[in-house]
Design a protein around this ligand. Structure first.
Ligand code: AMP
Ligand code: MG
Length: 401
């Protein structure tokens, strides 16, 4: 029997996103701004205020009315600081004004203090010609009340939260967190803090993924470590299917004798795909166990990292209603030769040095240190070779959080 062809990365992403569309979370909840970072807006944020709410000064200086003014020195009739409500400008005078202070009614221009000379008699002389409107921030120049500031589906970072704060919001309606059951598989795994028996290793994927899931707005249900045992695997998936929106596993999805998670998924789940044209990460397995989707990441830490970042992440964002789920990437020139074309799309840990992508010396999928050393992933397309100086796409790790 010839081996079934590997699924291209784009098709796997398309299938995951189609699955996510059917799985979109409908519930929303009000969340305080302080807790809302990395979460997703459930409905449009509409401005209730003009911003700025009134015209104000962009400078420390003097406010005056240019209409009918002959350019002669003016008396200073009031001082206006930010946070004060000014009097109308007295005719034939100017007002001392500071950055952020409201423009007094009747004024139509502001000169910065550096261009103004204080005379001995207390008046001020304007050294340069002035234009109407200069140094004035118009009311509503940023936004008008009623304007949509942020669309539903927007992921909230510091900028968006500041925009909400500027409208006086304390809470925002957010899509509820996806509940993700995180399950590590492998007889060899021990949790940090427990003794390491011969032949065993500590579980690093759980820490990698629980932090990453939190950064993507998910609530993590820690489902612990599962031994390589089909009966127990089936039972645990059955237990988790009611508690979670997604079961995310690591390990046990290759074709080895101990890879029973993959076996159970292929027997009991509705398969979405298995075996991708990707390196590292070929055994990534996706299916539906009962009603709950299962994403089975390979166990090698870097395989888990690459497949989670490039495939599971878009899924998790899309179920929260995010439209822009693909990471930004850009071309860089590579600082290495890639003489042998591969049949899978390859993602290499690389650093940008002087605009060139330099590889971490050990690209083994078992090595996690390279991810910390690197700035991101260089993508080498299937079937392609490269010479140093030629372009390849680069995906910064910062785009994957
Ligand atoms: P598997 O995908 O189960 O064949 O595992 C591939 C490799 O990844 C093996 O060397 C495992 O020991 C290792 N591995 C699997 N799960 C983890 C984990 N949670 N943390 C660290 N290494 C793991
Ligand atoms: Mg294993």
């Amino acid at each position: 029997m010839s081996p079934s062809p590997l699924m291209p990365v784009e098709e796997a992403i398309a299938r995951l996103l189609a699955m996510a569309e059917a799985q979109r979370l409908q519930d929303s909840e009000p969340v305080a701004l302080g807790e809302a970072r990395q979460r997703v807006l459930a409905s449009d944020l509409v401005a209730t205020l003009d911003l700025p709410p009134w015209p104000n000064s962009a400078m420390d200086g003097y406010a005056l009315n240019l209409d009918g003014w002959d350019g002669q020195p003016l008396a200073v009739s009031q001082r206006i600081f930010a946070g004060q409500a000014p009097e109308p400008l007295l005719p034939g005078s100017c007002a001392r004004i500071f950055t952020g202070a409201p423009l007094p009614p009747g004024a139509n221009s502001i000169e910065m203090q550096e261009n103004v000379e204080q005379l001995d008699d207390g008046r001020v002389r304007f050294k340069q010609p002035l234009k109407a409107g200069q140094n004035i921030r118009a009311q509503g120049q940023e936004n008008r009340a009623g304007q949509v500031l942020l669309r539903a589906g927007k992921r909230l970072g510091p900028f968006e939260l500041a925009i909400a704060a500027a409208q006086g919001c304390t809470h925002l309606p957010l899509v509820r967190r996806p509940r993700v059951a995180l399950l590590s598989t492998g007889d060899e795994l021990a949790e940090p803090g427990t003794p390491l028996r011969p032949g065993c290793i500590y579980n690093s994927n759980r820490t990698l993924l629980s932090h990453w899931l939190s950064a993507l707005g998910c609530e993590v249900i820690d489902a612990g470590i599962l031994p390589d045992q089909p009966q127990q695997t089936r039972l645990r998936l059955e237990q988790l299917q009611c508690a979670a929106d997604l079961i995310l596993t690591t390990g046990g999805v290759s074709a080895g004798d101990a890879d029973c998670l993959g076996q159970v998924l292929r027997e009991c789940a509705t398969p979405v795909f298995w075996k991708l044209a990707i390196k590292p990460g070929k055994p990534l397995t996706v299916g539906r166990f009962g009603r709950v989707p299962v994403i089975g990441l390979p166990g090698n830490p870097t395989s888990a990292l690459v497949t989670f970042g490039l495939l599971a992440r878009p899924y998790l964002l899309r179920i929260q209603g995010v439209e822009e789920v693909m990471p930004l990437s850009f071309p860089v020139s590579v600082g290495f030769d890639w003489p042998k074309a591969g049949s899978r799309r390859e993602y290499l840990r690389a650093r940008l040095e002087e605009g060139r992508a330099v590889l971490y010396p050990n690209q083994s999928s078992g090595v996690l240190l390279g991810a910390s050393w690197a700035d991101g992933l260089v993508e080498i397309l299937e079937g392609s070779t490269l010479r140093a100086g030629e372009p390849a796409r680069f995906i910064p790790f910062s785009e994957l959080f």
